[in-house]
Design a protein. Structure first.
Length: 550
């Protein structure tokens, strides 16, 4: 006989819940679907993805962070993987695909342990020990970058661009990148600090990638507003104004009754007088260049031209800030406040024709740390992908310069870690040993995938690379161009230590976080509901990403 205990309902109707093994395997599958989606882009021989958004806009990229930013992910665990890419991007600007692929593989290995009834807490404990050991091994493997060693920085830039479409022109681009980063680097005591915000990136369609150049100054994607203004000004005194040089239009509809023509003339004269006064204020300050964040109307343009003031209108806020930093000018919001002390200084301002457009070049600035890169390329897609490649390269060079440490790429560090962990695991023993060994297997996914993407046989390559490491060749990695195992330092495939460290950190944290979840409670309409979801939890929009393998 039932004692008749009523079930207590604590969750709102429509809430979906999945617990225990079901929740775990579902989360693991979703996370792996994401990592499989970006896997084929890893490395110099990786493929590109074409992403089409709901508006039909197309992005062609090889950049893991960009792919994950562009696709709509619904499953909560999948979203956590997207976060891995984001944090990797924020910390180092490179290594995003590796971090995501590694997270997926850590979860796959963990899944196999779960199937053998090993408790998630034990796996997480083992993974934590493994991650700590891995970082220790990496630290020992790292080599110092000598101060002023531009050749090494250049190789680091080249390695990060190897996998981007820019790879054919990477010689020129690497020089641009190293030049830009070393110029803006600052010494704070014994520390070197690089603020990449000091490097302005401007894009202009036309010309080849090879026409990309570094400008020591600021570039405005603006022409002078009037043909009558000088095209070039030496010893520029620059006013930055965030106010319109126009007669204010009233908010309400006002109507003026004009009864005779003289009244009309008087009205127009009044308007002209007001504008003239505004221009007078600019002139009085001593400025010979005006960069206005708002509009400059026709009459004002005429007077400014007459005064010989090079003027630009509707400048972007970010460019105003960069100009202020570069020239020492203060942005003035009210023309009445403009005085000589607000002006900035630059040796030269010039309008130049780039492609089909005219741009304003502000060079020889008061602050020598103002640096811009003008990206050129035949199409918008090429330029955008180039910009992503440059972002990665600038970031790695920054990180390398700040930390002064590097490791070997091409999977060399991964193999060293994997072998080191296998040696270390027995000293821990028990079931955690199994988790550490699982970690050791998982990290081999990097050289395996690099081989696979290069059309090499991953099994052969893994045998070869392991045997090289056993012989003490600790920098042996996959030379994807030659299709063989080589010393990566000798091949100049080098990365900043911080990138590899962060990959380990981000992926092990995300994997353990996902493993600890044994209960997914999703409120109605609240994102990826676990039950009834397609395996892997991909929204229909991801169908175009290719076969996810689920
Ligand atoms: N010439 C090369 N030979 C072998 N591996 C390379 C070479 N150049 C770069 N790599 C490797 O490619 C990987 C990076 O690929 P990438 O597609 O940029 O992904 P991520 O987003 O992780 O940076 C790193 O493991 C790096 O060591
Ligand atoms: Mg990269």
């Amino acid at each position: 006989m039932m004692t008749g205990q009523q079930p207590i309902i604590v969750l709102k109707e429509g809430t979906k819940r999945e617990r225990g093994k079901g929740a775990q395997s579902n989360n693991i599958m979703a996370a792996r679907a994401i990592s499989d989606a970006v896997k084929s882009t890893l490395g110099p021989k990786g493929m590109d993805k074409m992403l089409v958004d709901s508006m039909g806009d197309v992005v062609v990229t090889n950049d893991g962070a960009t792919i994950l930013k562009e696709i709509d992910v619904e499953h909560p665990a999948a979203k956590m993987i997207v976060e891995v890419a984001k944090s990797q991007d924020e910390e180092c600007g490179d290594g995003t695909t590796s971090a995501v692929v590694l997270t997926g593989e850590l979860l796959k290995s963990a899944g196999e342990l779960l199937d053998q009834n090993i408790h998630p807490t034990v796996i997480c404990g083992g993974y934590k020990l493994a991650a700590t050991k891995a970082k220790e091994i990496l630290g020992k493997l790292a080599i110092d970058i000598k101060p002023g060693d531009k050749k090494t920085l250049r190789n680091i830039a080249m390695t990060s661009m190897a996998s981007k479409s820019a790879s054919q022109e990477k010689d020129i681009l690497a020089d641009v990148v190293v030049d830009a980063v070393t110029r803006v680097a600052e010494k704070h005591g014994s520390k070197t600090v690089v603020d990449l915000d000091n490097i302005q990136i401007q894009k202009k369609q036309g010309g080849g990638i090879g026409n990309t150049e570094i400008i020591t100054g600021i570039i405005l994607d603006k022409e002078r507003v009037h043909e009558g203004m000088p095209r070039e000004i030496k010893k520029a005194k620059i006013a930055l104004v965030n106010a319109a040089l126009e007669v204010k239009k009233t908010e309400v509809d006002a109507r003026i009754q004009i009864n005779d023509p003289t009244q009309l003339q008087a009205f127009l004269d009044e308007e002209e007088g007001m504008i003239k006064k505004m221009v007078e204020k600019v002139k009085k300050s001593g400025a010979n260049v005006l960069v206005c964040q708002k509009g400059i109307d026709d009459i004002a343009q005429h007077f400014l031209a007459k005064a010989g003031i090079y003027s630009v209108r509707r400048a972007k806020k970010s460019d105003m800030e960069k100009l202020s930093k570069a020239t020492g000018a203060k942005v003035v919001a009210n023309l009445d406040d403009l005085s000589a002390s607000d002006l900035g200084h630059a040796g030269n301002i010039e309008e130049r024709k780039i492609g089909d457009d005219k741009m304003t070049f502000v060079t020889d600035c008061k602050n020598p740390k103002a640096v811009s890169i003008l990206i050129r390329g035949t199409t918008e897609h090429v330029i955008d992908e180039l910009e992503r490649g440059l972002h990665d390269a600038l970031s790695v060079v920054k990180v390398a310069l700040e930390d002064g440490k590097m490791t070997a790429g091409g999977g060399a560090a991964a193999i060293a870690i994997s072998m080191g962990l296998r040696d270390y695991a027995p000293s821990v023993g028990g079931r955690e040993q199994m988790a550490i060994e699982a970690f050791a297997n998982a990290i081999e996914i990097i050289p395996k995938t690099l081989s696979e993407n290069a059309g090499l046989d991953p099994i052969d390559m893994m045998l070869e690379i392991r045997s090289a490491h056993k012989k003490g060749k600790k920098y042996a990695g996959i030379n994807v161009n030659a299709g063989q195992v080589d010393d990566m330092f000798k091949n100049n495939v080098i990365e900043p230590l911080r990138v590899s460290m962060q990959e380990i950190e981000a992926s092990s944290e995300a994997a353990t976080m996902i493993l600890r979840i044994d209960d997914v409670i999703a409120s109605k309409g609240g994102g990826g509901a676990p039950a009834g979801m397609p395996p892997g939890g991909m929204p229909p929009g991801m169908g175009g990403m290719g076969d996810m393998g689920y």
